[in-house]
Write a protein that binds this ligand. Structure first.
Ligand SMILES: Nc1ncnc2c1ncn2[C@@H]1O[C@H](COP(=O)(O)OP(=O)(O)O)[C@@H](O)[C@H]1O
Ligand SMILES: [Mg+2]
Length: 239
């Protein structure tokens, strides 16, 4: 079995606080894995370690067989990433930004232009592609940020809450794009608080609380809804 993401007792401590706690997760190539859990569960911290932006305190992980600690440059090569809060070069146009991100990701200039125009269409920004990013609405910026995660042809894409600012139609289009991308054999790890979305798009869902994966759900095998499973699994700190 080929795995795109494997973590082995991956742990991150901030001083005495354990944000990610001996976490074990395996995602097969071509799968969409939803990562859901309460605020502060450790989702973003996990993703930041997997994209080699944050050093684990202990444990290890591999992306497409490349160790994130021993071989971070190789591990990072095939990765696309949508951060929770994205920053932009505000004076660039959306199109130029995508072209720039593709080039940064190693795509050759002409091909980068093609990729930029493909993805600007896919997120419904063709008409505004030549406007400066600073003139975009929050939803448009989010769509551009999503396109940016895909534009350099990554084999593994991490999307940290991609749908929070999107209207229903934009959300549907973006989810379609994500599904299509995975169907080509690529792997996606996606966090969102919208359980029906996670349920619709994912093959497997990992429920995370206090830095640990407490349940892993294979969606085709469940009879009830993900929301039910989530509510029965998460303890929370509310009582
Ligand atoms: N740089 C940091 N320093 C200290 N604590 C942090 C830092 N980053 C995250 N945390 C803490 O780690 C926990 C997990 O955060 P995060 O991974 O952002 O959760 P999620 O994305 O699931 O909402 C939270 O309690 C958060 O406050
Ligand atoms: Mg987060």
């Amino acid at each position: 079995m080929e795995y795109a993401i494997i973590t082995n007792n991956l742990t991150k401590k901030f001083n005495d606080f354990i944000a990610v706690n001996n976490l074990n997760l395996k995602v097969k190539k071509g799968e969409i894995c939803g990562l859901v859990g309460p605020n502060g569960a450790g989702k973003t911290t996990l993703i930041e370690m997997l994209i080699c932006a944050l050093k684990p305190t202990s444990g290890s992980a591999k992306i497409l067989g490349k160790d994130i600690l021993k071989d971070p440059l190789k591990a990072r090569e095939k990765i696309g990433y949508l951060p929770e809060d994205s920053g932009f070069y505000k004076n660039m146009s959306g199109f130029r930004f995508l072209q720039y991100m593709a080039e940064l990701g190693g795509v050759e200039k002409l091909e980068a232009k093609k990729k930029a125009s493909t993805f600007i269409k896919k997120v419904g920004l063709s008409e505004r592609g030549n406007s400066k990013i600073e003139t975009y609405s929050a939803g448009m910026k989010q769509r551009l940020a999503i396109a940016q995660a895909f534009v350099a042809d990554p084999e593994v894409v991490f999307l940290d809450e991609p749908t929070s600012d999107l209207d229903p139609l934009a959300r549907e289009k973006v989810l379609e794009m994500i599904s299509d991308y995975a169907r080509k054999g690529n792997t996606i790890l996606i966090t969102t608080h919208m359980l029906p979305i996670t349920e619709k798009i994912s093959d497997i869902v990992a429920i995370i609380e206090k830095g640990k994966i407490i349940t892993k759900v294979v969606l085709k095998d469940i009879s009830g809804s993900l929301e039910e499973i989530y509510k029965n699994t998460i303890k929370g700190d509310w009582n």
